[in-house]
Design a protein around this ligand. Sequence first.
Ligand code: PLP
Length: 388
Amino acid sequence: MTTNDPLLKWREEFPILAKKTYLINNSLGAMPRAARAGLNHFADMWENDGVVAWHYPDGSGWLDDCEKTADLIGSVINAKPGTMMLHLNVASLTAQVLSSIDFSGPRNRIVYDDMQFTSPHYVCQAWTRYGAQLEIVKSDDGIGVDVQKIVDAIDERTAIVPISHVYFRSAYLQDVKPIIEKAHKVGAKVLLDIYQSIGTVPIDVQDLNVDFAVGGSVKWVCGGPNVCYLYIRPDLMKDYNPALTGWISHARPFRFEMEFEPHEGAWRAATGTPPVVALYSARPGYEIIKQVGVENIRAKSKRMTAHLFEKAREAGFKVNSPTNPERRGGTVCINFEGASKAENKLIERGFIIDYRPGGGIRVSPHFYNTLDEIDAIVEEMKKIRAGS
Ligand SMILES: Cc1ncc(COP(=O)(O)O)c(C=O)c1O
């Protein structure tokens, strides 16, 4: 894979790869060289054109780029143009989706599991003040959650099921289709958190028929912080009326009317000023992911995580990720006595990873990594475990 792997030609587009063994792509993907040019382009517009940059006479400008960037990331998950909106983070988007639901009646349950990322979990907990009742399905092994247990927990009292596609702690790839089908059968909605899957696991929001999807850019799509996005299924658009709104969500934002009328399209999810600066650093990563192709990334990722899994097991480490490659995302979590302290040692030695309590050291190779890098980090962990 290392010598005749066509994906390795992309390595030169990511400067950090020449300096470090960069294996933490499920946390922060490597910065593409072109991200700096994107930020310079933003600075040029701001410096030279000032306020005109929002909207040039030919229709281009920051607002137009916001729409185009939303559609670009949407194309990675087969979302139709006009169904995506950019935002700041998943926490605020989760709050926005919940704010579109009335929890005062008998349909007031939020069903999810205890492997969810903390941002949506904290927002759901906070929503109990508005009448939401939480039904949290427990994982039996701290790695995955039996899909049938989630399906069974969904009933006519369920309003929404906010669930991760790939779990951040273990990289378990949840089988979300039965969850979506059951939710729809009883009249509930699903908010799919694709942050840990987009860019490494193929996603087709139309095929999944999911109601909402939320994700961001820092991880596998190599886009950097503060550009998250919401997908709204087209037939839900006209009824999506969140309480969390703002001037840009208005049908005619620049008229500043005191009566609120939502924009007919995805702009209704925008709230206030969109993440203009960050979208210019995010776009190059999205474009590269599109060019490489998520199917190709997934095929290589499966080979790399299988290799890593085997090497880690051979070395006697505990592996806290699914054994079944079909249920595994792009990360392998490796634990051993002293793993939390090994995090810093590895980073000092040029191996960029992180440690998560309950999971271990997360090693997440991307399309630009090599098998040699994987072998090298396993060797380094063995040395640290032995006391060096
Ligand atoms: C599954 C998942 N969702 C969301 C986030 C990020 O949430 P936020 O955008 O609120 O920082 C992460 C990790 O950073 C994650 O792993």
